[in-house]
Design a protein around this ligand. Structure first.
Ligand code: ADP
Ligand code: ZN
Length: 613
């Protein structure tokens, strides 16, 4: 990082939308961001509850640049701080981190910058903020705000309690004029109350965003052969980054070895490994592409890698909150991601034993059993997974989501005898040689050139199937084929004919009933299709060229690739293929500094790719 290129980011008093566009390269605020940002710029305090990937960082980063003075961000994890600082510097913001891993030279540098007012944002661990003389130093400086990230760490009820966080109460007394913004992805109402009380935010506002993560697909599977099931699942994700959670260290070691043997870039991670092994696993995961971490729950908090494409659970997590947090590490960039879990009847008794054998007192054990009940209830509840999950977080989702196993693969059986009879008749009457598209036209009574040239509009089956739509007929014809009622015509380019004739005739006579899985309601599919349509169509080979360029850039600067550009930005580049700097600036995630720094190089990559194709 060349210091000279970090531009003077004095945006004091400027418009938040301008800062969003020019510094971060985004067109508009997301969800409640704008309201929060304006509230803080006006000097207000508050609590922000937003899911992982929801965009919490901008809620304090934008006001930090709009308000006079230094913004202090309290964050519990070094990796998290360093990532944020790298990303901000890429965007031309004067940011630094102060934590125990910082060399003493770097610390004196930092004091100098602080003294001269050369910093916009300072990330600091709670120990460093409250331990030395930092508070005294800050008292002499104009301060824009305090942001308290991962604020649930202050809650003893929550899952990540950190005693140091309790001392943050002091901020309200020592800096009563400075806005305090607490942020967390934990929605649980009890934790929320505790944060407000302990950080003295009673006078502030609470901003509650929806906790739905629509881009995450939830897939739960009965546990049979976990090894084979995992390998089969991972085939779809070769070359993508992901996390596989297992309960014990030995299972982590075994599964990591299994994946390595199957040719995946897999690393293990658990508390039993020594620190250097763990940090090398972490750095491979962050910096290389397509690394799968097999881990116990010791791995996770502070991982803000945006392009994790899947999270797989080989064992039940401890609670539904834990499941939500762990799966929430997938798809922070908003692109499609999958949360996959195998679970079986053997998991629950084992977890009950863990609770009973733990040191906790009776009251705590009751709480833990209750949490496990909720989790088991989730795995067994009929209907949409997302509705159950969100209901647990206190949020009602009106419609089934269309993006979970229950919505996508419903197992409710329906009597489809009549529809099947119509389809089989249509196959017979048209001469047992047409494919699903034409058969559907005939059943729906469509007026196509093909129908007319074949004279099929005069058949008795023409237009007898208007009760189903095109998609439903296609599904039914697929089901009839997979069950042997229909079979492909040999060399028939998709043509279909009857399967075993005696069996088909008995169905046509009504001697037996046919039950098939019900199709998901139409409305849900629209939602899934609409989500897919919103994504621009990126050219895969250009995407590869852009990723190669990004990897080289990142390596040169010693930063993770995603702080240079997110996948999402590359995908938009590969779809829009801008030819001029001005067009490049319109792409999401390219602010003024990145345009200046990388614009020409990116255009050259696109141009070079175009010359080759
Ligand atoms: P959180 O801390 O809530 O998990 P982040 O602040 O890391 O989430 O944001 C998640 C992702 O969303 C990041 O890649 C960020 O750049 C992107 N993002 C946030 N706000 C916006 C916005 N208004 N427009 C476009 N992208 C955004
Ligand atoms: Zn669903």
């Amino acid at each position: 990082m060349t210091r000279a290129r970090v531009v003077q980011s004095n945006f004091g008093g400027s418009d938040p939308l301008r800062v969003l566009r020019e510094v971060f390269g985004y067109d508009r605020f997301r969800g409640p961001q704008e309201e929060i940002v304006r509230h803080v710029i006006a000097g207000g305090s508050g609590l922000v509850l937003m899911p992982t990937g929801g965009g919490k960082s901008l809620c304090y980063q934008v006001p930090a640049l709009c308000r006079e003075g230094l913004a202090v961000v309290v964050s519990p994890l070094i990796a998290l701080m360093d990532d944020q600082v790298l990303a901000l510097r890429q965007a031309g913001v004067r940011a630094a981190a102060l934590h125990s891993a910082l060399a003493s030279e770097a610390v004196s540098d930092l004091w100098r910058q602080l003294q001269r007012g050369e910093l916009d944002l300072l990330y600091v661990s709670p120990e460093r903020l409250l331990g030395g003389d930092l508070l005294e130093r800050l008292q002499e400086r104009p301060l824009a705000l305090f942001a308290i990230d991962e604020a649930h760490c202050v809650s003893q009820w929550g899952h990540d309690f950190r005693p140091e966080y309790l001392q943050l109460q002091a901020l309200a007394q020592r800096f009563p004029q400075v806005p305090r913004l607490a942020l967390t992805a934990t929605a649980d109402p009890r934790t929320r109350g505790e944060i407000i009380q302990r950080l003295a935010l009673e006078q502030g506002r609470v901003f509650l965003a929806s906790f739905d993560r629509p881009n995450i697909r939830y897939l739960l599977r009965p546990k049979q052969e976990a090894r084979e099931q995992l390998l089969a699942f991972l085939e779809e994700f070769r070359g993508e980054a992901g996390i596989v959670y297992a309960r014990s260290r030995s299972r982590v070691d075994n599964f990591a070895a299994l994946l390595q043997a199957a040719g995946h870039g897999a690393v293990g991670y658990h508390a039993g490994m020594d620190a250097s092994q763990r940090s090398s696993a972490l750095s491979r995961f962050r910096n290389d592409s397509g690394v799968v971490v097999v881990a116990t729950i010791a791995f996770g908090m502070g991982i803000d890698k945006p392009d994790v494409r899947f999270v797989a659970h080989l064992d039940l997590p401890k609670s539904l909150e834990a499941y939500y947090q762990e799966t929430g590490r997938a798809g922070r960039d908003g692109l499609p991601a999958t949360a996959w879990m195998v679970h079986g009847p053997g998991d629950e008794p084992q977890l009950r034993r863990f609770i009973e054998d733990s040191e906790a007192d009776a009251a705590q054990k009751r709480i833990e059993h209750g949490k496990l009940d909720a989790l088991v209830g989730f795995t067994e509840a009929p209907g949409c997974r997302r509705q159950v999950l969100l209901a647990h977080l206190g949020e009602a989702l009106a419609e089934p989501c269309g993006n979970c196993d229950r919505c996508l693969e419903p197992q409710v059986l329906e009597d489809r005898t009549v529809a099947a009879q119509k389809a089989l008749s249509a196959v017979w009457r048209t001469g047992q040689r047409f494919g699903a598209a034409h058969l559907t036209d005939v059943l729906l009574g469509a007026d196509t050139a093909r129908v007319r040239s074949l004279g099929h509009q005069s058949l008795s089956v023409y237009g007898i199937g208007k009760e189903l739509n095109r998609e439903q007929w296609r599904t039914l014809l697929r089901q009839l084929t997979s069950q042997g009622w229909l079979e492909p015509v040999p060399e028939g380019r998709g043509g279909l004919r009857w399967g075993e004739e005696a069996r088909v005739r008995s169905l046509l006579r009504g001697d037996l009933n046919l039950e098939l899985p019900a199709a998901p309601p139409r409305q849900e599919r629209r939602r899934a299709a609409a989500a897919a349509a919103a994504e621009p169509e990126a050219d895969a080979s250009l995407m590869t060229a852009l990723k190669d360029w990004r990897r080289a850039q990142a390596r040169e600067q010693g930063v993770p690739p995603y702080v240079v550009f997110h996948d999402r930005t590359l995908a938009e580049l590969a779809a829009r293929r801008p030819a001029r700097l001005a067009d490049l600036g319109q792409v999401s995630g390219i602010g003024a500094t990145k345009l200046d720094r990388y614009g020409e190089a990116v255009l050259a990559v696109i141009e070079g790719w175009q010359a080759q194709t």
